[in-house]
Unconditional design. Structure first.
Length: 397
């Protein structure tokens, strides 16, 4: 078989597990970067992609992706003509406008052109139409926050003499662009707040279950389950999926044991998914006194990277006041930056934090120093070959 046919014949089913598929995807990306000329790369980065994202979102706004996905569930024929697609639209659209958008997004493999003015979906376009995947929210979040912030960041850094933005109250890219800092803006603009939480749901679905990274059995072995005591507090827990995962692993956990805390608007507007009745949703601002005392674990998943060391000190100081020394644990599920060889997932998160919250990812040394300064002792850092984040376990020193 020639090389091109061999490459085109590969698919997710060619790999026996997801780690191998991911490794092959990264190899293909490296290959693409080697094969494309410098001009092709710059063209693809900015010129092709800006209108690709716009095209995908216009189809989203017109309701095309969800209608198309529904049609596929109902019938065998996924292939649709331009007229069929026009009929899916929730508002009137110019046929030639739609044709031009569809032509571009099919030239870039979002859908597949099968004939004149005729296309069939791909797993990606079907996922865009499947609300449970939150892939649509990943695009929406990018348009609401990440892309405009990335454009602003260039001028913002120049304007601030290339100082590192690490304290949002001093100077902050998001506030420079939108007039408010990230979480204030999200509270005032529920649409933008919703797409951010949507991205968090997508990320959470696509990351390794934290209970596979960290030994929850050991954590719970010293807990008296039936005493009605709070066991686990998921702070900035939003959707509560991490708490659900703990419960799925330990169904013996009872009423009042599990609490998901977040800002009131996030719990009221953006996290309506049904949680097990044993999980309590509790509005709580983590800069104020922690009302749940003496839990076995206070858990933060991709929360502290939003905040400066000073703010982490304020947040964790409140947690420390609620903890029982010698019993309560602080669990931090975050990227621990390696000195060398950070993955693109890690570097993306790091710079997206700069983009939107003046936050950042931390090295192991940084985490240890930060926690030590607040009066904690790191007990262990759990990692897993398939996980992008580690779980840092700490207790009161
Ligand atoms: N002051 C605050 N008090 C409580 N939660 C907050 C505060 N500021 C931001 N948050 C929440 O912190 C979370 C950061 S995003 C992380 C969400 C979740 N733990 C996950 O892993 O997917 C968001 O849900 C924010 O609403």
């Amino acid at each position: 078989m020639d090389t091109l046919s061999l490459l085109e014949g590969l698919g997710p089913e060619s790999f026996s597990n997801d780690a191998d598929r991911y490794a092959a995807k990264e190899a293909a990306r490296k290959l693409l970067y080697k094969l494309e000329s410098p001009f092709e790369r710059s063209w693809s980065l900015c010129i092709e992609t800006s209108v690709l994202v716009a095209g995908i979102q216009v189809c989203q706004d017109l309701g095309i992706w969800s209608k198309w996905a529904d049609k596929c569930k109902e019938s065998e024929t996924a292939t649709q003509t331009l007229d069929d697609i026009l009929a899916m639209c929730n508002s009137k659209a110019d046929p030639n406008l739609l044709r031009r958008l569809l032509r571009h997004i099919s030239a870039l493999y979002v859908i597949e052109e099968t004939d004149v003015d005729t296309w069939k979906p791909t797993p990606f376009s079907l996922a865009l139409g499947d609300k449970t995947s939150y892939v649509d929210q990943t695009i929406q979040c990018g348009l609401d926050h990440n892309i405009p912030c990335g454009v602003n960041l260039v001028k913002f850094l120049a304007k601030n003499q290339y100082q590192e933005p690490v304290d949002r109250f001093k100077f902050d890219n998001y506030r420079d662009l939108f007039g408010d800092d990230f979480f204030d803006y999200c509270q005032k603009n529920p649409g933008a707040g919703g797409s951010f939480i949507g991205l968090m749901k997508a990320l959470n679905l696509n990351k390794m279950d934290w209970t596979e990274v960290y030994d929850t059995k050991k954590l719970l072995s010293e807990v008296e389950i039936s005493n009605g005591q709070p066991v686990f507090v998921d702070m900035g827990g939003a959707h509560g999926r991490d708490t659900n995962r703990l419960l799925a692993k330990h169904p013996e956990l009872g009423q009042d044991a599990l609490i998901v805390q977040d800002l009131p608007d996030v719990l009221a507007l953006h996290t309506q998914e049904k949680l097990d009745g044993r999980i309590k949703r509790m509005p709580h601002d983590f800069f104020s006194t922690q009302p749940v005392l003496g839990a076995r674990a206070y858990f933060f998943h991709v929360v502290l990277h939003d905040w400066s060391d000073v703010d982490c000190g304020r947040i964790l100081g409140k947690v420390k006041d609620a903890m029982t020394k010698g019993y309560s644990k602080l669990l931090i599920c975050e990227v621990v930056l390696p000195p060398k060889g950070a993955t693109s997932f890690m570097t993306t998160l790091d710079l997206q934090m700069m983009n939107s919250t003046s936050g950042f990812e931390r090295t192991e040394e940084h985490w240890r120093k930060l926690l030590q300064n607040i009066g904690f002792r790191v007990v262990g850092i759990s990692t897993h070959i398939g996980a992008m984040e580690s779980v840092i376990e700490a207790e009161i020193a």
